[in-house]
Design a protein around this ligand. Structure first.
Ligand code: B12
Length: 216
């Protein structure tokens, strides 16, 4: 299969949430020796489009979940290939991200992870229900440029402030920018919790994070 056709098919596989097909096409692109960074474009484009369609109410949540899974599956194969080739990836920045303690919502955060990875960020996903201390430990260990916190339910949204305070206490707050997100989060929460920014969706997340990385 020609490269352009493969990229188009990969786009469609992610758009239709076909995990098997997206994995198989990603593997095929590796076998064919196509540039994994270029092939990632198909994944990013599809994730961007499905995210927008979901925002407009044109896609069901279950469909969105499958698209996210299909995107993640392809991305992990392509990322492995990039590492194997020891291609020098010039990352735009390092991001540590997770859903705060007590919160099990994963879908939105995982989409943000997939889009950040596809857009050239080095991402460490800590998963869901992440204790405050784990965020602090990982910031100390990995020295990310950005810490992303996700929370979807009102009680766990208070955790944003706890994590920011824990970072301050550990003397790590000045070295990392904090961005928060989740369905009910708004700019006021960012301000009240002491975060640097908040992002509404995957595209906004990329823009805000890029903005935070710009030298002032
Ligand atoms: C799916 C879902 C679940 C699933 C989660 C499955 C999973 N693996 O994630 C399950 C069934 C487990 C669940 C459980 C609960 N849920 Co629930 N859930 C939802 C639902 C329907 C969709 C969430 C979702 O995935 N949306 C799709 C994604 C793409 O959107 P998103 O998460 O907002 O993410 C986007 C942005 O917010 C942003 N973003 C997200 N994270 C981040 C992070 C950063 C750094 C940035 C920049 C951006 C960003 O980008 C994402 C991509 O666009 C929402 C309803 C809703 N409208 O949100 C309720 C909802 C969030 N749940 C709710 C509740 C109450 C619960 C429960 C307490 C229910 C119960 N009584 O048991 C439990 C809590 C469990 C827990 N401890 O976490 C309420 C919260 C209300 C509130 N304000 O407190 C909601 C709003 C439903 C409602 N209207 O009542 N839930």
């Amino acid at each position: 299969m020609e490269k352009d056709e493969l990229i188009r098919n990969l786009y469609t596989a992610v758009e239709f949430g076909d995990v098997e097909e997206s994995s198989s096409l990603a593997e095929r692109s590796v076998d064919s020796g196509y540039d994994p960074l270029e092939v990632m474009g198909g994944v990013t484009g599809a994730l961007k489009d499905v995210g927008e369609r979901f925002g407009l109410g044109a896609l069901f949540l279950t469909e969105l979940m499958f698209c996210g899974e299909a995107g993640k599956a392809a991305m992990s194969i392509l990322t492995e290939e990039i590492k194997r080739q020891k291609k020098e990836i010039i990352y735009k920045g390092r991001v540590v991200i997770g859903t705060v303690a007590g919160d099990l919502h994963d879908i939105g955060k995982s989409l943000v992870v997939a889009m950040l990875t596809a857009n050239g960020f080095e991402v460490f996903d800590l998963g869901i229900d992440v204790p405050d201390e784990t965020f602090v430990e990982k910031v100390r260990e990995l020295k990310p440029d950005i810490l992303g916190l996700s929370a979807l339910i009102t009680p766990t949204m208070f955790k944003f402030k706890d994590v920011v305070d824990a970072l301050k206490e550990a003397g790590l707050r000045d070295g990392v920018k904090v961005i928060i997100g989740g369905a009910s989060v708004n700019p006021r929460w960012a301000e009240e919790s002491g975060a640097d920014a908040f992002g509404t969706d995957t595209i906004d997340a990329i823009e805000r994070i890029s903005g935070l990385l710009e030298p002032v």
